[in-house]
Each structure stands twice: as structure tokens, then as C-alpha cells.
Design a protein around this ligand. Structure first.
Ligand SMILES: Nc1ncnc2c1ncn2[C@@H]1O[C@H](COP(=O)(O)OP(=O)(O)O)[C@@H](O)[C@H]1O
Ligand SMILES: [Mg+2]
Length: 369
């Protein structure tokens, strides 16, 4: 008799842990993934991503907790009985076999009829746009093409779930961006549920429906890319995803969904929107993304906004945007990014310019320090 999961999630992980001796690599994580999602597990090196993925694949036995797939408890199923496949990095392609043989390998082991094997292989090679490369050996392919062979090999057995561990880490930046879109198209076409592990926050943001941000074996936040970016639950997530300015301070008062925080770091009080304001006197930090900050030569006359005065300490021009580092009188440095919308003869800012930086209270977040 197999236990059923209590709800409709396609993959459910319930309080899953993995200990290696005294060391806790995965610490009682819970997670629900819907059918057809492209879900990312994002975190720094050593936070437990691969261990978690290996437990989903069945290569690692959990210390405690359960894994359900389509309502069925698969915690104790061996890997080959799970309708789950794992894509390894491109160097796991067999070098002595042709592309076709590599892709056919999994089916051969299942003793599928020759014709069916050949047609499935053709279908997969076409899907990853390698139709004309079947007879080549892996060393006659580019890195991106090898990665696509690994993908075709993992998909040919039509798994319900594909697990991908840092699938694009070996590719250079341009190719990685290109391959990200291919991966999304293929996932969309097949409707298979993908779980992708990555340490690259940009990649997770681009690829995924939802992201779990992982740190020290635990999930810090699970949400859509927009949720984790715009509404990080804590300072760790705010810092990990993108760039954010933080100002430590103490809550002075709050009301009507607005919190006022006295911050020595910027030499004045800051206001931020907040549904559940912390108590007066508590330590908090106010966080603002660089692109939410407006930079100007003259002091803006909107008194609702936060406004700080500073000096341009550093600047960088990146074509589509400019980045500034502004030093306040307190010594605090604030990062500001500004879109270069026009090919402008407008005055831009230069080193040592005196400037004002401002933002709306709704652009600021109140986080635990
Ligand atoms: N077989 C193992 N024995 C002991 N420690 C391990 C083993 N596998 C992984 N670890 C440890 O568990 C932690 C998480 O590893 P891993 O899941 O590979 O992290 P990530 O994939 O996020 O980089 C690391 O500190 C790693 O050294
Ligand atoms: Mg890993």
C-alpha cells in the first residue's frame, strides 16, 4: 500500500533532510511543485542543492522526510523505477559513441524495438536541433551542442520530471543565454516538469516560473522571480537576488502602512511602505534597489520622497544603463542605476559631481537587520 500525498501538487517534498554524519546538508525542507512548472533551486555553492536533487532522483537516501510524485510516495523507490530523469553536465556524454548512440543508449537498455528506438532518437535530435549531427562524435561538437546531446539523452525516455543540475554552467555567457531560451522552448513544447539547480541568479530569474532560494540546507523563500526580487522576505534573499542598498536603522513610528525609520547610516529618517510594521524601537533595515533611485542635479521638491545628498564617487557606462556609486556625507555609499533612454546630449553625471538621490516610500522595503 503506497501512501498518497494530501493534495494535488505534482511533486511534493515533505520535511526532507539529509545528514552526512554530524553535518546537515539538507534541513527539513518542504516544497510543492505543480505539473509543467520550470522550477529553480537557487543558492550558493555548498548550500545543498545537488543533494536535494539527488534525493528527488533517488540517488541519495534521505535521512528523514518524504518525496511524493503525482500523489505517490516514492521516497523508497530506486532511481530506475521513478519516472524521473536527471540531466548531467555535458561532459557526461559518452565520448566513444556517436550522438545517435548516445541518445539511443537509455532506450537500448530497455530493449525497445529498433524502429521505435530510431524514430524516438530522430524526434529528440530534431527537438534539440541536432538533426544533421547524429553521426558525429562528441569531440566534433561545440560545448552548446554537447549540452543538447545530454538533454536529448535525458529526454528520450520521456520522463515525467527532468532534473537538471547546473545545466548551463559549462557554457560561456552568450551561449548560455541562447541555451536558456532553447531550454524554455523545449520545456514548453514537451510540458515536462523541470527542476533546475543553479547558483546563477540571473539564470534562475530568466528560466523559472518559480524559484526556491536555498541557504545552508534550508529554503529562505519560495516565489515567482518577481516576488523574490520585489518582495524578498529577508536580507539574505534581497542581497542574493540582484543588488540592493540597505540602511540600518531603528523604527521611530508607524501608521497607515508607513513606517518611519531613523537611520544614522544616511543621517536622516526614511519612510517605507509596510503591511506589518515592526514595533517602535526595533532594529530594521530599509532596502532600496538601485533602479528605484532617481538621480538629479537639483533637489527634487517632492517632500514625500526620501532625498539624500551626495557626491558621485564612481560611475560606469554600460550602453543601455549607467551605474553610479554615490557617497553620502555619512560615508555611506549608495548604488544607483539609471536607464539611458535617449542617445543623449543631456547632461549626465561625472566624478565628484554633487547630486541628489531620491526614491518613493513605496520603492523601499523594511527588512529584518
Ligand atoms: N557524500 C557526501 N559526504 C559528506 N558530505 C557531503 C556529501 N555530499 C555533499 N556533502 C556536503 O554537503 C554540502 C552540500 O553539498 P551539495 O548538495 O553538493 O551543495 P551544492 O550543490 O549546493 O553546491 C556540502 O558542504 C558538501 O560538502
Ligand atoms: Mg551542486
Amino acid at each position: 500500500m503506497t501512501a498518497r500525498s494530501s493534495n494535488s501538487a505534482f511533486i511534493e517534498v515533505r520535511k526532507l533532510s539529509k545528514h552526512f554524519g554530524d553535518f546537515v546538508a539538507v534541513d527539513a525542507v518542504s516544497l510543492k511543485i505543480e505539473r509543467g512548472e520550470l522550477f529553480s533551486i537557487l543558492g550558493g555553492s555548498g548550500c545543498g542543492k545537488t543533494t536535494l536533487l539527488r534525493m528527488l532522483a533517488g540517488f541519495e537516501t534521505p535521512t528523514s522526510g518524504q518525496v511524493f510524485l503525482d500523489g505517490v510516495d516514492i521516497t523508497n523507490q530506486p532511481p530506475y523505477e521513478r519516472p524521473v530523469n536527471m540531466m548531467f553536465q555535458s561532459y557526461a556524454v559518452f565520448p566513444h559513441m556517436t550522438v545517435e548512440q548516445n541518445v539511443a543508449y537509455g532506450l537500448k537498455k530497455e530493449r525497445l524495438p529498433k524502429e521505435e528506438t530510431a524514430s524516438r532518437v530522430r524526434e529528440m535530435l530534431s527537438l534539440v536541433k541536432l538533426d544533421d549531427f547524429g553521426a558525429r562524435k562528441p569531440n566534433q561538437l561545440s560545448g552548446g551542442q554537447r549540452q543538447r546531446v545530454a538533454l536529448a539523452r535525458a529526454l528520450v525516455k520521456k520522463p515525467k520530471v527532468l532534473l537538471l543540475d547546473e545545466p548551463l554552467a559549462a557554457l560561456d555567457k552568450k551561449l548560455r543565454e541562447h541555451t536558456q531560451f532553447e531550454l524554455m522552448n523545449i520545456q514548453d513544447e514537451l510540458g515536462i516538469t523541470f527542476v533546475v539547480v543553479t547558483h546563477d541568479q540571473e539564470e534562475a530569474m530568466i528560466l523559472s516560473n518559480r524559484i526556491a532560494v536555498m541557504e545552508k540546507g534550508r529554503f529562505e523563500q519560495i516565489g515567482t522571480p518577481k516576488e523574490v526580487y520585489e518582495f524578498p522576505r529577508n536580507r539574505f534573499v534581497a542581497d542574493f537576488i540582484g543588488t540592493i542598498n540597505t540602511f540600518d536603522g531603528v523604527v521611530q513610528n508607524s501608521g497607515d502602512g508607513i513606517v518611519t525609520v531613523a537611520s544614522d547610516e544616511c543621517g536622516q529618517s526614511l519612510r517605507a511602505l509596510c503591511d506589518k510594521p515592526p514595533k517602535n524601537g526595533s532594529d530594521v533595515c530599509i532596502a532600496v534597489r538601485p533602479e528605484k533611485i532617481f538621480i538629479s542635479q537639483y533637489k527634487p521638491d517632492n517632500h514625500e520622497d526620501a532625498c539624500l545628498e551626495g557626491v558621485v564617487e564612481d560611475l560606469g557606462y554600460f550602453g543601455n544603463l549607467s551605474l553610479y556609486r554615490i557617497r553620502l556625507a555619512t560615508g555611506k555609499v549608495v548604488q544607483v542605476s539609471s536607464q539611458n533612454r535617449r542617445r543623449s546630449i543631456e547632461r549626465s553625471f561625472d566624478w565628484d559631481d554633487n547630486v541628489y538621490i531620491s526614491w518613493r516610500p513605496r520603492s523601499a522595503l523594511v527588512l529584518e537587520p
